[in-house]
Design a binder for this molecule. Sequence first.
Ligand code: ATP
Ligand code: MG
Length: 333
Amino acid sequence: MIKRILTGDRPTGPLHLGHYVGSLQNRVRLQHEYDTYVLIADVQALTDNFEHPEKLGDNIFQVALDYLAVGLDPEKVKIVVQSMVPELAELTIYFMNLVTVATLERNPTVKEEIKQRNFVKGVPVGFWSYPISQAADITIFKADLVPVGEDQLPMIEQAREIVRRFNRLYDKVLVEPRAMLGAVARLPGTDGGAKMSKSLGNCIYLGDSAEQVRKRVMSMFTDPTRIHPTDPGHVEGNPVFTYHDVFNPNKDEVEELKERYRKGTVGDVEVKQKLFAALDAFLAPIRERRAEFAAKPKHVHEIIMEGTRKGRALAHQTMAEARTAMKIAYKFE
Ligand code: ATP
Ligand code: MG
C-alpha cells in the first residue's frame, strides 16, 4: 500500500525559510511517492492566540499560498484545515485518557514554548495539552512519515507512545508514525536566536519582497565580538554564515568569505550583500508563483476546500474504526 505523509503548520503567520529547510522541502520532494496530507493547524494556533481568532482566516490563506508557491502540487497534496475536521477533536478526547499529566509536564518543547510565550494568566490547558491533539492529527490520517523540524521530535515521540498504547489496549487500528528531519533540523533566527519562529519575529518569510529581504539581511545579528571589519571574526554560530551554508549554492564564494572573515579582511556589509543576492535568487521564483496564486483567491479556496473534504473523509473512516476497536460503536436498535 502507498505510504502516507501528514505534516502541518500553525497559521500564526506566513511561512519562513526555517519551514522550507525544516519541512517543506521534504514535502515537495516526497509528494509524488507518498499520499500527502498537509494540515493547517488553526485549532492548535488558537491555543496561544485565542484572544485574536480574527487573524486565522487570512493566515490560513497565506500558508496555503506558501505551500503552492514552493511547489506543493494541488493535484497531489491535500491541504486540510484542522478546525473543519471535527473528528480530530473527537479522537483527541479519547487520546486524553492515554496520557498522564506527568508526561505532558515533561514535554521539553512545550516547556520551552511556555517560557517564550509569557502567558500572563497561566498556561491554558489547550496549549499545555497540544501534544495530544497533535497525536490525533497525525494518527487520524494513519501517517507513516511526518516531515518536521527538530523542535517537533518530542511530539512525534508522544504520538508513537499513544499509538502503541491504543493498539495494545483496543485493537491494532493506528499506525506508528516516523519523524523525518529536514536538511536543516533547526534554522536559527535573524537575531541569532536558536530558532527562526513566526512568534518570535526573527524571520525571513518566503513571500517577502526583495526589499524586505534586503532589509532583514542587512540588519541581521552577526559576530558581537567584532567591532571593525579588520577584527578577526567568528564564523561558527554566526547566522549570516549559517544561511550562506544553507542557501548560497556558490560554495567557493562561501569558503572564501569565511576565510576572509576569520582574518578580518572582509566587512559584514559585503558578506551580507552576497547573502542577500543568494537568498533573493532562491526566493524570486517562489515569490513569483506566490503572486500568481494570490491573484486567483477563488482557485486557492477551492484547493483548500477540496483537500479538506478528502481529509475529512479519511478522518471519518479512521474514527469509525477507532470506535469499533474501543467497543463504543454501539448499535442500539
Ligand atoms: P510558531 O512560532 O507559531 O510556533 P513556527 O515558526 O514554530 O511558528 P510552526 O507552524 O510551529 O512554525 O512549525 C511548522 C513546521 O516547521 C514544524 O515542522 C517545525 O518543526 C518546522 N519549523 C519551524 N521553524 C523551523 C526552523 N527554524 N527550522 C527548522 N524547522 C522549523
Ligand atoms: Mg512552532
